[in-house]
Design a protein around this ligand. Structure first.
Ligand code: ATP
Ligand code: MG
Length: 229
């Protein structure tokens, strides 16, 4: 599903160029549950943003579903993300003035889907994350774990094949984090490819592939071969 070949990312700072990711090569098969781990500042979020097309590689090649997306434009990525990718963030990033349902339906507004259909699809996604009964609540009326569930429901809208999550349990207590992990595992078992950036050893251990990054390099790609579908 995701294939990176000698990918590097540099950021210019004044007259200097800072390498953030250097020469990354790895493969995330379709249907995989993958953790990206590494110390703070090692480049995990930068890598997730490359995978999701929020940023583009400076060097190297990126194949998404066998398609070379290394040089996709902003517009091409916006289109691709709409079809293929759902994002989940550490800080949920919900709109406080909107109900759970309207937050989840928001991506569909930009896709020109009529209101009735939006509502049905949003309610369906909320059911999938066990929050059907809270669809009219606003984020402030929900617990942290529930807010993250809403964010996951929003990521599920349009049925993307790939879910990218940046520290999805980082702002949650241990038990609530475990619930979110189980939800992501359930989605993975249902066929979605899931990539999770995490600091949590527990989350990483629950994944079937672990990509470890240090100082911008991949140091290990561990994989439990017998569990790969
Ligand atoms: N837009 C940018 N311009 C310049 N440097 C950047 C930019 N974005 C990130 N960096 C640098 O890239 C490095 C990696 O950042 P990144 O956010 O990917 O780390 P991370 O592994 O996600 O860290 P954390 O675990 O703290 O979230 C950092 O040194 C950061 O300062
Ligand atoms: Mg980060």
């Amino acid at each position: 599903m995701i294939r990176m070949v000698s990918v590097s990312k540099e950021y210019p700072m004044g007259s200097e160029i800072y390498p953030i990711l250097e020469d990354l090569t790895f493969h995330v098969p379709k249907g995989m549950l993958t953790a990206i781990i590494g110390p703070s500042g090692s480049g995990k979020t930068t890598l997730l943003n490359l995978i999701g097309g929020l940023d583009t590689p400076t060097h190297g090649q990126y194949f998404l579903n066998e398609q070379d997306v290394s040089h996709f434009s902003r517009e091409q990525w916006a289109h691709e993300r709409n079809r293929t990718i759902g994002f989940v963030f550490q800080s949920f990033q919900l709109i406080t003035a909107l109900s759970a349902r309207d937050n989840v339906a928001l991506p569909l507004v930009y896709r020109g889907i009529p209101p009735k259909v939006r509502r049905l699809q949003a309610d369906d996604a909320l059911e999938q994350v066990g929050l059907g009964h809270r669809r009219l609540h606003r984020p402030s009326q929900l617990s942290g774990g529930q807010q993250q569930r809403v964010a996951i429901a929003r990521a599920l809208i349009g049925d993307p094949a790939l879910i990218l999550a940046d520290e999805p349990t980082g702002n949650l207590d241990q038990a609530t984090g475990q619930e979110i992990l189980e939800l992501l595992q359930t989605l993975n078992r249902a066929g979605k490819t899931v990539v999770i950036v995490t600091h949590s050893a527990e989350v990483a251990q629950a994944c079937r592939q672990i990509i470890q990054i240090q100082d911008g390099h991949v140091v290990t790609v561990a994989q439990e071969m017998e569990r790969v579908r």
